[in-house]
Design a protein around this ligand. Sequence first.
Ligand SMILES: [Zn+2]
Length: 346
Amino acid sequence: MKATVFHKHGSPDVLTYENFPDPEVGLNQVLVDVKAVALNHLDLFVRGGIPGLKLEMPHILGSDISGVIKETGNAVSDELQPGQKVIIDPGRSCGVCEYCIRGEESLCAEYGIIGEHYRGGYAELISVDAKNAIPIPESSELNFNQAAATPLTFMTAWRTLVSKARVKPGDDVLIIGIGGGVALAALQIAKLAGARVIVTSSSDEKLEKALKLGSTIGINHRTNPDFHKEVYAFTNRRGVDVVVDSVGEATWEKSLRSLTKGGRLVTCGATSGPKATINLNLLFWKQFEIIGSTMGSRSELRDVLKLVWNGELNPIVDRVFPLSKAQGAHEILEKGEQFGKLVLNP
Ligand SMILES: [Zn+2]
């Protein structure tokens, strides 16, 4: 098969499009003909090298995959058949530890992500455990590019907002850095939950697009770094109930200052850096909750997919590239120029 791989960590030019042996199909696995694979920031981190993450080289990136089952292992149930359209749940876990039994797979000590810990979908074929292959219902109108833009982003945004931040009708939700897949999914989920949504971005163009998707106001955090003041003014000096911050270091303090008393700040990424300080007086006196969230469980993915399949949540695709042009797609993602997902087609 053809695949885009890297033999060593580095800048986007380490990605090469080349021949790679077809994957083997285990007893409990399915072989998937990859139709589309969406990029995530994770791809950039893995390509650059994550301290402590040892990969078998060459590595294949790609966590968000859609495709068609080509072959099934001998022990796979009849529910999955060749020809079935599927998306892939990117999470793998042991299935037997206390967290897995609780249905909290992303807390499992052996939790790993396809495309990060395992070879992923920047390839014509991938074999995955049958339990990770989720059929796309006949009724769904999503094309393969939209389907590939779904699993990681919507699962992550759902856990962040619904399970962790406990968003409810009437809440004010502030989403930092609109434009990425998780933030756009979070915007739609918050709206669907009946919340009022404020977004920030360094780009006026992205803020304009977010308004069309239902945000009530947009604040440019580059030209207006004290965005918390605008949040305060907009909420009649109350502050917001929930902040979703995946930017980290650059926005952390202002995110905290945007919260109302008893508010919840959920961190689900740190694209600008991982170091943040916190004023403990502020934390206990205002009784904030600071909550970490990452990825999601199988049941959270199933929950959010129901709303994607029936069209109430819409994966947003920015641009589609051939798999051989993954380098260019990485460069665009690195500059943060996208609004929605960048997708590769093998
Ligand atoms: Zn486990």
